[in-house]
Design a protein around this ligand. Structure first.
Ligand code: PRP
Length: 186
């Protein structure tokens, strides 16, 4: 596997900035849901790292669940609107305060579909918490209640976001230099 430093164009958000902002988001959530019960829903797989760090700072009582969505065609870098659920929630969300936790909103198709689907299950409330928002790429409007960072339209990786499924473990968000990235086949 190629060493990320070989194709890192620049670090967009370093580890300290990420962790500081995540702590701030958690405090907003602690404030807004004070005295209530919360269900965090992680959108696999990109949302995992963010969700784990975020929930460590959430002090309101909460449970967690996960769902997986398939939206991009093979090798594509943007959703095409053809969104489907590949792994559904294991819990009933009726009457619960649901907070969807996602790594990035790009076109908006994924979150829009998730919101549409979950709203039919009668949650008490339904909101979105996203680490990164590529606003200029939006194709469908989505209500984002909690946003970590607005970012430019660059190919970003790390902290849950993959390149060909690798590099999700990196503790920062980097921008890929596509001319230097050779591709990972395994
Ligand atoms: C990414 C990301 C969001 C979605 C955002 O998922 O995690 O779910 O794309 O794009 P959109 O706003 O254009 O719909 P991806 O399909 O890459 O899967 P992953 O989370 O498993 O990496």
């Amino acid at each position: 596997m190629q060493e990320y430093r070989e194709f890192l164009a620049k670090t967009l958000i370093d580890e300290t900035a990420l962790q500081n902002r995540i702590r701030e988001l958690a405090e907003e959530i602690n404030h807004d849901y004070a005295g209530q019960d919360l269900m965090l829903i992680c959108i696999l797989r990109g949302g995992v790292v963010f969700m784990v760090d975020l929930m460590r700072h959430i002090r309101v009582p909460h449970v967690m669940d996960c769902m997986a969505i398939s939206s991009y065609g093979v090798g594509a870098r943007a959703s095409n609107g053809n969104v489907r659920v590949t792994y559904d929630l294991q819990n009933n969300i009726a009457g619960r305060n649901v907070l969807i936790v996602e790594d990035i909103v790009d076109s908006g198709h994924t979150i829009s579909h998730v919101l549409e689907m979950l709203s039919t299950r009668n949650p008490k409330s339904l909101k979105v918490c996203v680490l990164l928002d590529k606003k200029e790429r939006r194709e469908v409007p989505v209500p984002v209640a909690y946003c970590g960072f607005e970012i430019p339209n660059a190919y970003v990786f790390g902290y849950g976001l993959d390149i060909d499924e690798y590099y999700r473990n990196l503790p920062f968000i980097g921008i890929v230099d596509l001319e230097k990235y050779k591709g990972n086949t395994e």
